[in-house]
Structures are given as C-alpha cells and as structure tokens.
Design a protein around this ligand. Structure first.
Ligand code: ADP
Length: 302
C-alpha cells in the first residue's frame, strides 16, 4: 500500500500574448482551471497506474475542493484522509503561459497550509500500515517531518520528492530512504551545480551522507542519475515531442513508487516511470496529462 502526503491546487491557467507590466491590462485567452498540486498529481499518477493509493491532504470547502475529492475517488484514490477545511479556499496556482512558451506562476498555499503535524494525527496509523510514504514540500514542514518520523519508526519506506527547491534540515533527511530531486533541487540541497556526471555523484554522496540510501536526480529529457553509494549512472529517459512538461516530475514519482510496490527491480521501476512521465510531457496541464496504466504499457510495447 502507498500513502501520498501533500498539496492540492487549482491551477488557473491563462494564455497571454506577453506578461502584463505593472499597471497594464492585457487580453488573455483559453482560461482553464486544471487540477494540480504536487501531492495530488503524484497520488493521481500512482492511482491511474493501479497502485493502492491513500492520500493525506487538505482542500477548501469551495466548489473546487468538493469536486476534486470526487475526481480523486474516480481515479481510485482512497480519500478518507483528504480533509475539507471550513471557510478556507483550496490551494491555488495562478499561471500565465506566454506565446513565447515561457510561464509565470504565483501560488498560494491556502488549505494546504493547514496540513500540520496536528492535522495528521488521525492519519499516522495509515502511514504505519503502508509499504511506502511519498511526500513533496508544498505543505507545512512540521507535518512532513511528523509523517517521516512515524513512517521510519514503523518500517514504512520514505520517498521524498524535495520540490519546490529549498534547503532541508538533517532532522528530515535522516528519515528519508529514497530522494528524487531535479537538478535545481539537488543544487539547493547540496550546494553542488549538477553540470556533469561527477557533479551528480558528488551531490548524491552528500545526500548519502545524511543516511539516504537511494538518490535519484532527475535530469529532464536526459533521464535520471541513480546512485546507491559507490558509482552511480544515468538511466536514460524516452525521446518524445514535448508540449508541456508540467507534472513530469510528479508523474515520474507516482509511477516510480507504483513500480516499487509491484516489486519491480529498481531500474525497471525507473524505466516504467520514464515512460509515464514521457507521455505526460506530450500533453497539456497537470492532472490532465497523467496517463493510465494501459497507455504506459502500450508505450513500452512500441
Ligand atoms: P521536474 O519536472 O520535477 O523538474 P525533470 O524535468 O527532471 O523534473 O523531469 C522528471 C522526469 O520526467 C524525467 O526524469 C523524465 O522521465 C521525464 N521528462 C521530463 N522532461 C522530459 C522530456 N522533455 N522528454 C521526455 N521525458 C521527460
């Protein structure tokens, strides 16, 4: 069983000709509200790929919060621990996508800010019962640390996707078994710029030094640097025509843990995750881009 702890966001996406300057009003187009949030994306990815997935999260009591719980359920997620906060909006991301392809994003935690250590008291048993706990960094650190400590003490494997980038205390890193930073996040965590295989291994070694046995630095289209101590290596990704890389990392993480739950060898789980993430980058949006199991199997059979 998998438990994901993390954020839920409503992504308000608007296509703009260019980014408006202070005081300027521009006409955008194609307004869409797309389900996102790193925690939700990762839970949805795992559930669509048939992992037995529970989700610990907080949504608001607005229309989005009410609807998204139903969508999580339809995707097969156990929503017993998706709490609805009264008088509180669901977390949001305001995203402008310019015609140049660049984006500009402002997020606000809202209900996600209430997922504290206290708020997850009733969910700790589910964490103890799980085989894997998967987390990111869009919810309060006290809740993340509490969950990690609880998991570690119960023998639940802790996987941390340390996104968005920030420095982390050893008190958290010491409870992590597997970490999956992208290049930026690895640099913020270790102070080492990931510009070569040697640098990737140095950064991995810093993280091994914190007690993390498996380090996977995702390298975008190039794949992932895998290190379990000693000499690491690149596990290459798949070549696809990328249209929108939103949620690529989330799809990768959800798919990777699904592979582990099925007791795939580590490198097979990474390949499976590369395939799922590659499909996601060919599609627009966050949860709208996450594939189902049949699609990943068809992709891998090509
Ligand atoms: P993040 O989205 O968190 O920044 P990365 O950009 O490193 O993370 O991507 C995570 C994973 O998504 C990669 O390891 C790879 O499997 C897949 N991926 C990302 N971008 C591409 C791409 N352009 N083509 C194919 N796969 C991609």
């Amino acid at each position: 069983k998998l438990v994901v702890l993390g954020s839920v966001n409503a992504d308000h996406v608007l296509q703009v000709p260019s980014f408006p300057r202070p005081g300027e009003t521009l006409h955008g187009r194609n307004y869409q509200v797309i389900p996102g949030g790193k925690g939700a994306n990762q839970a949805v990815a795992a559930a669509r790929l048939n992992a037995d997935t529970g989700f610990i999260a907080c949504v608001g009591d607005d229309a989005f919060g009410i609807n998204i719980r139903e969508h999580f359920k339809m995707d097969g997620i156990n929503i017993a621990s998706v709490k609805m906060q009264p008088n509180c909006p669901t977390g949001i991301a305001m995203i402008q996508v310019a015609d140049s392809g660049e984006n500009s994003i402002c997020i606000s935690a809202e209900a996600n800010a209430t997922l504290t250590a206290e708020a997850i008291e009733a969910d700790l048993e589910a964490i103890r019962q799980a085989d894997y706990l998967l987390m990111q960094l869009e919810t309060p650190m006290c809740g993340i640390e509490k969950a990690a400590q609880t998991a570690k003490a119960a023998g639940t494997t802790v996987i941390l996707n340390p996104a968005p980038a920030r420095e982390l205390p050893d008190t958290l890193l010491n409870h992590v078994d597997i970490i999956t930073p992208n290049e930026t996040e690895a640099e913020v965590l270790t102070g080492i710029t990931i510009d070569s295989d040697e640098a990737a291994q140095q950064a991995a070694n810093v993280l091994h030094g914190k007690g993390i046995h498996t380090v996977m630095i995702t390298l975008g289209a190039k794949g992932v640097w895998l290190s379990q101590g000693g000499e690491g290596k690149v596990i290459p990704g798949f070549r696809v025509e990328a249209t929108d890389t939103t949620a690529a990392g989330d799809t990768f993480n959800g798919a990777f843990v699904t592979g582990l739950l099925e007791e795939m060898p580590l490198e097979s789980a990474i390949k499976f995750a590369h395939a799922a993430a590659a499909i996601s980058v060919t599609r627009f949006g966050a949860q709208t881009s996450i594939p189902r199991r049949e699609e990943v199997e068809a992709f891998l059979a090509q």
